[in-house]
Design a protein around this ligand. Sequence first.
Ligand SMILES: *Cc1c(COP(=O)(O)O)cnc(C)c1O
Length: 224
Amino acid sequence: MTVNENIKKVLKELGKTKLVCVTKTVDPPRINEAIQAGATIIGENRIQEFEDKCDHILPCEKHFIGHLQTNKVRQAVDHFDVIQSVDSAKIAEEIDKRAGDIGKIQDVFLQVNIGEEPQKFGFGVDEIEQAITEISLLGNVRITGLMCIPPYVSPEEARPYFRRMKILFDRIKQDSIQNDNIMQNGNIDLLELSMGMSGDYRIAIEEGATMVRIGSAIFGDREY
Ligand SMILES: *Cc1c(COP(=O)(O)O)cnc(C)c1O
């Protein structure tokens, strides 16, 4: 199957769930093939790699999905429409500063470590609400979603994690609508629940994902 055929097949399957076409390690001609086949959002996880490629990529929405280091925040804010992987208050503050410098309101998702895995990035389930309250007060950042990467298990075993994320998402959405302070500041508008990758996106959609991030099912296995 070609990239073009894979994109068409995936888009058909997704229906109204949004596709982030994960293009890490993929070269611009193949990225452009995906965009021409109907992909509208690409996801990258390394700033340097993206900067090397970005001048050769057709117009599209760009999401950063990797762990962001403080010294790369400037480039991330300059290049990406959405930073999906905000995993600490400190990085959110850095993003806020840079966005303020260039007069941008940066859309971000907060990453939740839904499996509570010590080696993984993201806010713990018991930290996320406090983090949202703090980060939503930053003037140049707008929280528009939550993202998670569940433990590396079979798709069926991942289902309870997706389910937990959906419950958390609905609860925070409800809280953000009811909390006058947050509403008045207007910088949280929880729209997207980003979960599910090539192996488990069907399960994630069944459990309420509004956005999935798919790489290898479109481009084939990655060669590093
Ligand atoms: C690589 C990556 C994906 C896509 O993984 P596939 O299994 O190739 O679909 C999704 N999300 C994140 C955060 C990634 O780093």
